[in-house]
Design a protein around this ligand. Structure first.
Ligand SMILES: Cc1cc2nc3c(=O)[nH]c(=O)nc-3n(C[C@H](O)[C@H](O)[C@H](O)COP(=O)(O)O)c2cc1C
Length: 321
C-alpha cells in the first residue's frame, strides 16, 4: 500500500489534543473507520486481534486489520500475554500492514480474554507487561502504545503505570473506569490527573466522552493530552468534527441520509453488498435512534438487501429539504 508522505511516526506529538476513535471489536471495522475519517477523526484504532489467533491462523485473524488508505493513520491493537509471541505478532503486523502504531490491550474485561491472562487481567502483572513492552519495542519501528483501565480489584492505574517502562511508549490511553465498573459511570479524573502528571509519554482519556463540554471539563481537571471516543461515535461519526473544530455539529436530515448512504456504500465495498448491508443494520439503528418515524423505518429496513433499496426507503423518511 502506498502510504501518505511522512505517514509514519509523529501523530502522538503533533495533535493537541489528540482525538481518536476507540477500538471496538465488531464495530470499528474498515467502513466505520472510513466514515469517522470522513468526519475528520485524526486517528483511528483497529479492533483488537488475538496474538494466539494470528499465530495459529494468520490469514483469518489478520483479515481484521485490512484497511484503506483513507483511514490512515490506523493504530492496530493486539491482545495476548506472552512477550515473545506478542513481539512476533507486532513485527509481522508492521511488515504486513504498515500501521501507524501498535497498541497493547490491557483493558478488556471479557471473560474469554481474561481467562487467557490477557486484557485487563494484565494490570495485576506489571512485571509481565514490562516484559511485553520491552520485547515489542525492540522489534518494531512504529510507535508503541498501551490501553488500560482505571484499575482492577486492589490495583489502580497509577500504581500499575508507574511500574512500567513508560519511556518506551508513545502513548497511554486510560479508560477511566475500573474492571468492576465495566462500561458505565463517571471516569476517575483524579487518577487520570496523577498519571498524566508523572508519565513521560502522552496520556489519553477514554470513557463516556460525548460532547465538547466533556472534552473541556476533562482537559481542565487532568491536563490530559488527548481523548478517545467509543460509544458516542456510534451513529454519530460527526462527533469527530465537533471535537476537532471545537464547534457543535447537528446534521440536517439530508446530511444524515447522505452519511448513512456513504457508510452503507463503504460496507458494501468492503464486505460485498449482501453481507455489507446485513452487517450495516446495527449501525442503522444507531443512526436512527430517537429519529421521528424511526420505528416504521426500522420495520421497512429489515427487508433491505441493497444500497439502492436503502436509498429509496430513506428518501421516503428523510426527504430533501
Ligand atoms: C462493543 C465494544 C467493543 C470493544 N472492543 C474493544 C477492543 O477491541 N479493544 C479495546 O481496547 N477496547 C475495546 N472496547 C472498549 C472501548 O475501546 C472503550 O474503552 C470503552 O467503550 C469506553 O469508552 P466509551 O465510553 O467512549 O465507549 C470495546 C467497547 C465496546 C462497547
Amino acid at each position: 500500500m502506498q502510504l501518505p508522505e511522512n505517514a509514519k511516526g509523529t501523530f502522538w506529538e503533533t495533535h493537541d489534543p489528540l482525538v481518536a476513535l476507540a477500538p471496538m471489536a465488531g464495530v470499528t471495522d474498515s467502513p466505520f473507520r472510513r466514515i469517522c475519517k470522513h468526519y475528520g477523526a485524526p486517528l483511528v484504532w483497529s479492533e483488537f486481534v488475538s496474538v494466539r489467533g494470528l499465530h495459529h491462523n494468520w490469514a483469518k485473524s489478520s483479515a481484521l486489520l485490512e484497511y484503506t488508505q483513507e483511514e490512515y493513520p490506523v493504530v492496530m491493537q493486539i491482545f495476548g500475554d506472552e512477550p515473545e509471541y506478542m513481539a512476533d505478532a507486532a513485527e509481522k503486523i508492521e511488515q504486513a500492514f504498515s500501521p501507524a502504531g501498535i497498541d497493547i490491550n490491557c483493558g478488556c474485561p471479557a471473560k474469554k480474554v481474561m481467562k487467557t491472562g490477557a486484557g485487563v487481567a494484565l494490570m495485576e502483572h506489571p512485571k509481565l507487561v514490562s516484559e511485553i513492552i520491552n520485547a515489542i519495542s525492540e522489534r518494531i519501528s512504529v510507535p508503541l502504545s498501551l490501553k488500560t483501565r482505571a484499575g482492577i480489584r486492589d490495583t489502580d492505574v497509577y500504581e500499575f503505570a508507574m511500574q512500567l517502562p513508560l519511556d518506551k511508549l508513545s502513548g497511554l490511553t486510560i479508560h477511566g473506569r475500573t474492571y468492576e465498573e465495566k462500561f458505565t459511570g463517571d471516569i476517575n479524573l483524579e487518577l487520570l490527573r496523577r498519571v498524566k502528571e508523572q508519565a513521560p509519554c502522552r496520556v489519553v482519556a477514554n470513557g463516556g466522552i460525548a460532547t465538547l463540554d466533556d472534552m473541556h471539563r476533562i482537559r481542565e481537571a487532568t491536563g490530559i493530552d488527548g481523548f478517545m471516543v467509543g460509544a458516542a461515535a456510534l451513529g454519530r461519526p460527526w462527533i469527530f468534527r465537533e471535537l476537532t473544530n471545537n464547534t457543535p455539529h447537528e446534521p440536517s436530515p439530508m446530511e444524515l441520509k447522505e452519511t448513512i448512504l456513504l457508510h452503507a456504500t463503504y460496507m458494501s465495498e468492503f464486505y460485498g453488498e449482501e453481507r455489507g448491508i446485513l452487517n450495516f443494520r446495527k449501525h442503522l439503528l444507531w443512526y436512527l435512534k430517537g429519529f421521528p418515524g424511526a420505528k416504521e423505518l426500522r420495520k421497512r429496513l429489515a427487508s433491505i438487501r441493497t444500497v439502492d433499496a436503502l436509498q429509496e426507503t430513506l428518501e421516503l423518511f428523510l426527504p430533501a429539504e
